[in-house]
Each structure stands twice: as structure tokens, then as C-alpha cells.
Design a protein around this ligand. Structure first.
Ligand code: PLP
Length: 712
């Protein structure tokens, strides 16, 4: 192997080991250009890619395509990024620069090649890390490494969801074991009444941010415990409390092992709430104080973000499970069983109440927040019982509305257009409305053209996917027939989400005749792309999904209704970049935020959504479309019927007429005006840079200040 090919291979490997590449299209294109089909075959996994292709092949391909300077350029850009101290965080983070924020989350959605997420919560956590990296916010992520992830979704011939679990290949992940000074893997031990649970820890670099993932698959554990971290949201309550023990208690022990003193503990959802107990115990030991004082101290620098307005979405554990797993810890910190249970009970006197992780988090934090304004209101109402005697509006739960990491979700073609028209620094000035006001200068035709190109790309992607799907299902399709599925000139609606019942995934099928009329309209038809997973144990969700899948199998509908299997980061990216309309029709007010619609905005898509979650505060009458007027009804069936009417009214009277009102040059000017208006009014607000800066200003800084002044 010569030196040059070795150096090139090494530089590519350095790029592959830092997930920074996932939001830099010029690096992604490098791998794609080196070998497009291998890139696809590996599921966009650069480590697997480099483990497959030899340095000699890389050199030969690079020479052929003159890629060497691009490899060097990307390598130097990453280096510069990592070494730069000229960041927003350096100037604005104050005390956090001394002691970092530790961000706990049960899932992180960073890229399709790292399947340790299931949906919105994980994607949000991933976007939070990426923006923290870009802004230079000192933050460390802590999570679990699931070797089988959530699951791969396959439909059977009957349209029923089946789950496939595959172990990922450890050699093909950007993981490094965390080791101690003697080069032994750092091990975390948690003692329970029924034995010791062990875990090793992996590190992943996400730009400037370190993510640490605990993994129970070690020889010291029983077979059962080795499987503990294999699946996300997979098991029963016992498995779940053990996972949460590992995350919260294990994660906090890990920090101590590595001598990381957290300036702020950020609990992203209640799964990790046990962290506060371990943190309090450590404070008790170090400062020789009572649990009560230690707990109060910890809550001064703990931030809790709640994510669900659905009661069943909050983990609750039986007293026996709590005693089995936390009994030893509770004795060490001097609490009785009832004292401990009281920390997780809304009504401490009620001895039959299970232990709720959200309650523990709410009782142990300085500030809690929901993830949109309406979700803040709903959460204050939901948890008002914890603050008896206080008026609901004074319940200490605020909100910071979620945003999305723009560079991860924006199509490269749109990026190029922005680079050319908004100036090369637009992405650093993303939260400034003036940046987006310059969009008025972009020619309508140019914007429309770019959007159309993305739509064609989406359609090609969908057809590629359908070829595989249809072969497996035994449908008699030819390439020609697949190529008649979807048309770029037809109004395209995307609808992809978890099939949780409050999301009402089948609302569009609720008035079948009306839908058929819209689909088969000769002059102004619509077409719909569906995707989404149901939780493996959610039979109701699977039935809703099946209804849609069966429509997509119907001979008379299949050119206009498609269901694409296995909704993941990659599919989401294609969808949000290529659709005309993003449909979201949850049962108000049960959508906490719903970030997927935010991903379409800067790509030129328009939202058609119930006034819930972020859309409730985002919609201004002309930056998208609303389904109804924000009404609610006590009977979900009545609300379903009303929203169904509103949905079809909006499609028939607003969306379709505006889309098909094309001028002489074939461009729907009214529609393009709305696209621009959406970008201008929404782009600067609903991105994760704004979100992360809000967390710093409103929550992290005051918390870090309190923890450091207390420590003196
Ligand atoms: C963005 C995203 C989500 C979250 O979307 P919602 O709007 O909350 O439904 C879920 N899954 C994937 C793969 C995503 O990319």
C-alpha cells in the first residue's frame, strides 16, 4: 500500500468517525461519488463503506474523479471546526464553559446508519446535540446503545406490520470504547437487590459534542442482562426499569468515573430521572450532607423537559420493581421505602400509587418545560396536582418550542440556492429574520424549479423502494408499471409518523368517497405518500396502518397512494425535501410539538395541520394551511368527524385550487408566494439553533450559576 492511498483512506476514516459528516453534503457526496452503489448498499454508512473498499480502490477512484483535493478540503474543514474557539457558546455560555451540561436521553436520532432512535424524541435529541456542536455549547450526551435499535418494518401481503430485528455490526459503527488510564474498558456497576448490573461505555463524536452510550452486553452480566440494551422500548416493565436504571444511575456513575462534574443535568424526558438520586447520593458523600439537602442542591441545577401530553406515555413502576432496583441505594441515602416512593407519587399519601418517572423529575428539577406553547399549558394542567393550592398558570412548567437542525434536513439543492442568494454565511445567521427576508430576491421560477427537482428525486426514491417492496410481497410489477406510480406534476401530500392512536393516521381515509374524487380528478388530482411505524405491541395502531397499506395495494389507487415501509431518518429526509404538502392531523391538544412539519418548510413544502403543537403558534393565516380553527371536543369521535370535515374542506377549497392555479409560465405564483412566506416567517424560529440558544439563556445559565454559587 503506498503512502498516498493510505493517507487518503485515513483521512476518509477520520471524517467517517465524526458524525459531523452527516450534516455536510460535500462529505456525503464524496462517499457517494467514490462508489454510488456501495454507498447505497451500506445504508449510507461510511465506516462500512471504508471497511469494504480497499485503500488502493479509493486511490484509483479518487484519481479517476479528481477527488483528492475534495478529500483534503473536507478533512481540513473538520479540523478547523474542531479546533475553533470562535463560537457563540464561547461568548455566551458563561459558567457552563467551566462545568458542562450533561444531556440524558433514552434515544438519539443522528443518522439512519446509527439506529438508536424510534421517533421524534430521539430526532430532537440528535438535533439538540448537533446545534450544541455548531454553537459551541459545552454539552455531553448520555444514552444507551441498542444493538438492534427499534426495529425494521416489513409489511406482509395482507398489509400487516411485521417487525424484523437485526444486530448491527459493531465493526461498522463510529464507536470507540471508553477506557481508563490503564487502557481497560471503563465499567459501570449498579447494585440491585437481585444482583449487579454491569455496563461498558462507548463514545461517539458528534461534531464538537461527545456522546456516551452505555451497553450491557458484557461477559460479567447474565444472559438476560446482556440483552438489556439490545432493543429500544422493547420489553416489559421490569426490562424498562432496568434500562432506565442503567441510563440514570449508570450514566451518573459514569460521570463520576470520568471526573466530569455536571454544571447542569438536563433530563430529556423522564426515562433518566433516577440520575438525580445518584447525583444526590454522590453529593451526600462528598459534602457530608443529608439527602434532603443534597436533593435540594441537585434540583438547583437539574432541568427537565417533558414530551408527552398523553397520560399513558409516562413511565410508572410498581413498588416492588422500585424496591428491587433502588432498595440498596435508598438504604444508603437513608430513605424509607415510603419516602422513596413518595418522590414518584402525585399523592405521597396514596400507598397504592405507582412510581412515576415524570413525577420524580418534576420534584427534582429547577425548571421543567414542555416543547411548545400549547404543550406548556397542557402540562401545567396535567401536573397541577403536584403544587396544591397554586393557580394553574403558576405551576412551574414553562416551554421551549422544539426546532430542527436545518443543515441535517435541508436538501443540498436548496442549500446551494441559499448559498447563492442569501450569502455564504446564512447558516450562521439562521435565527435572524433578516436572513430570510432576503428570500424575496429569489426568483419565483428558480425556487419552483428547485422544488420540482427535489420532488422528482423523491418520486425516483419512492419507486426504487417500491421495486423491493413489491418483489417481496409477490406483486406482479414490471419496471414500467412501477414507473407510472406518482407523477411530478400532481399535488403531492406526505404523511409520515408513528401510528399512535392520537395521531389519527387514517383521517384522510375517513371520507372515502370524497378522497376518491380528489384522487381521480382529471385536471387537479392529488397523490399521497404514507409512512410510519406502529409500536410492536400496538394492535390498534397496526390496524390503522393496515387500512392505509391495503389502499396502497389497490389496483385503482396504487399509482396515487403509496405506503413506504420502514420510516427512518433517510426516508424522512427524502419525504420532507420533496413533498408539496406535509399533512399532520393529531387529536388536539395531544401533539406535544410535532417537528416533522418544520423539516419541510425550508425545503419549500407547506404545512397542512391541525392547530396543535408548534403549528398552533406558527400559523399566521398564510404561511401554510390549517385544519379547523383550534377547536376541541370532549368526545374524540366527534372531534374526529369535525376534523375530517375540516381536512377535506381545506383540501377542496384552499390547497388544491391554490396549487393548480398556474400562470402562463406553468408556475403557481400564489403557491410560491406562500412557500416564501412560510420560509420567511418560520425559518428563523423553528430551528434547533434557536432552540439550543433558548435553553442556554433561559434554563442552563441560571442553573449553572446556582450550582456554582452553592458549591462555594
Ligand atoms: C422528525 C421525525 C419524527 C418526528 O416527527 P413528528 O412530527 O413528531 O411525528 C419521527 N420520526 C422520524 C424518522 C423523523 O425524522
Amino acid at each position: 500500500m503506498n503512502q498516498k492511498s493510505q493517507q487518503m483512506h485515513e483521512r476518509l476514516r477520520m471524517l467517517a468517525m465524526n458524525l459531523w459528516w452527516t450534516w455536510h453534503p460535500e462529505v456525503i457526496n464524496l462517499f457517494r461519488d467514490l462508489d454510488t452503489s456501495l454507498w447505497r448498499r451500506t445504508g449510507h454508512n461510511p465506516i462500512e463503506f471504508l471497511n469494504t473498499i480497499s485503500p488502493e480502490e479509493v486511490e484509483a477512484r479518487a484519481a479517476e474523479l479528481v477527488l483528492q483535493s475534495r478529500i483534503n478540503y473536507a478533512f481540513h474543514r473538520l479540523k478547523e471546526y474542531m479546533e475553533s474557539r470562535d463560537t457563540w457558546g464561547f461568548v455566551n455560555c458563561g459558567n457552563i464553559n467551566k462545568w458542562p451540561v450533561v444531556y440524558f436521553s433514552a434515544e438519539f436520532g443522528l443518522h439512519e446508519s446509527l439506529p438508536i432512535y424510534s421517533g421524534g424524541l430521539g430526532i430532537l435529541a440528535g438535533d439538540h446535540l448537533k446545534s450544541s456542536s455548531d454553537l459551541g455549547i459545552p454539552l455531553i450526551g448520555v444514552g444507551l446503545l441498542y444493538s438492534q435499535g427499534y426495529f425494521d418494518q416489513r409489511l406482509n401481503a395482507d398489509g400487516w406490520q411485521e417487525e424484523v430485528y437485526t444486530d448491527f455490526d459493531w465493526d461498522n459503527q463510529p464507536l470507540e470504547l471508553i477506557r481508563d488510564e490503564n487502557n481497560n474498558p471503563v465499567m459501570v456497576r449498579i447494585e440491585t437487590r437481585t444482583g449487579v448490573l454491569h455496563a461498558r461505555v462507548w463514545r461517539i463524536q458528534v461534531g464538537r459534542v461527545l456522546l456516551m452510550l452505555l451497553d450491557s452486553d458484557v461477559a460479567e452480566n447474565s444472559e438476560e442482562d446482556r440483552d438489556l440494551t439490545s432493543r429500544l422500548y422493547g420489553g416489559d416493565d421490569r426490562l424498562r426499569i432496568r434500562q432506565e436504571l442503567l441510563l440514570g444511575i449508570g450514566g451518573t456513575k459514569l460521570l463520576r468515573c470520568l471526573n466530569i462534574r455536571p454544571g447542569v443535568l438536563h433530563l430529556n424526558e423522564g426515562h433518566s430521572a433516577f440520575a438525580v438520586l445518584q447525583e444526590a447520593r454522590q453529593l451526600m458523600e462528598y459534602e457530608n450532607i443529608s439527602f434532603k439537602r443534597a436533593h435540594r442542591r441537585v434540583s438547583l441545577y437539574t432541568i427537565f423537559t417533558t414530551h408527552t401530553p398523553v397520560a399513558a406515555g409516562h413511565d410508572r413502576f410498581h413498588a416492588n420493581l422500585v424496591e428491587e432496583h433502588l432498595g440498596l441505594l435508598r438504604e444508603k441515602i437513608g430513605l424509607s421505602h415510603d419516602d422513596l416512593m413518595a418522590l414518584g407519587r402525585e399523592n405521597p399519601a396514596d400507598k397504592s400509587e405507582p412510581f412515576c418517572m415524570t413525577v420524580l423529575a418534576l420534584k427534582s428539577c429547577r425548571k421543567a418545560n414542555g416543547v411548545s406553547a400549547i404543550h406548556g399549558t397542557v402540562s401545567r394542567h396535567m401536573w397541577r396536582g403536584l403544587w396544591p393550592g397554586r393557580p394553574e398558570e403558576d405551576v412551574p412548567i414553562g416551554h421551549i418550542t422544539n426546532g430542527i437542525h436545518v443543515l441535517s434536513w435541508l436538501a443540498p439543492q436548496m442549500m446551494q440556492l441559499f448559498d447563492a442568494r442569501l450569502g455564504s454565511r446564512w447558516s450562521l445567521e439562521m435565527c435572524n429574520p433578516d436572513t430570510w427576508n432576503q428570500l424575496s430576491e429569489i426568483d419565483d421560477g428558480e425556487l419552483w424549479e428547485t422544488h420540482q427537482i427535489l420532488k422528482v428525486r423523491l418520486i425516483q426514491f419512492v419507486r426504487r423502494r417500491l421495486i423491493g417492496q413489491s418483489e417481496r410481497l409477490g406483486h406482479q410489477d414490471t419496471i414500467e408499471s412501477i414507473n407510472t406510480i406518482l407523477h411530478p406534476n400532481v399535488l403531492t401530500i406526505g404523511s409520515a409518523r408513528r401510528f399512535a392512536s392520537y395521531k389519527r393516521g387514517d383521517l384522510l381515509l375517513s371520507q372515502y368517497d370524497r378522497l376518491l374524487k380528489l384522487i381521480h380528478d382529471v385536471d387537479r388530482p392529488i397523490q399521497i405518500i404514507f409512512a410510519g411505524k406502529a409500536h410492536p405491541r400496538d394492535e390498534e395502531g397496526k390496524r390503522v396502518l393496515q387500512k392505509i397499506a391495503r389502499c396502497s395495494f389497490d389496483e385503482t389507487l396504487r399509482h396515487r397512494i403509496v405506503f413506504i415501509e420502514n420510516y427512518d431518518y433517510n426516508l424522512a429526509r427524502h419525504l420532507v425535501q420533496g413533498v408539496d404538502v406535509w399533512l399532520n392531523n393529531p387529536q388536539r391538544p395531544l401533539e406535544a410539538c410535532g417537528t416533522s412539519g418544520q423539516k419541510t418548510v425550508l425545503n419549500g413544502g407547506l404545512n397542512l395541520s391541525v392547530l396543535d403543537g408548534w403549528w398552533n403558534e406558527a400559523f399566521d393565516g398564510s404561511n401554510g394551511f390549517s385544519i379547523g380553527y383550534g377547536g376541541m371536543h370532549d368526545d374524540p369521535a366527534v372531534q374526529y368527524q369535525r376534523d375530517s370535515d375540516f381536512l377535506f374542506d381545506a383540501l377542496e377549497n384552499e390547497v388544491i385550487p391554490l396549487y393548480y392555479n398556474k400562470q402562463g409560465n406553468g408556475i403557481p405564483l400564489g403557491w410560491v408566494r406562500r412557500m416564501k412566506h412560510a420560509m420567511q416567517t418560520l425559518g428563523w424560529r423553528f430551528n434547533s439553533d434557536r432552540m439550543a440558544m433558548d435553553y442556554v439563556k433561559l434554563l442552563y445559565k441560571p442553573a449553572a450559576l446556582a450550582s456554582s454559587s452553592e458549591a462555594k
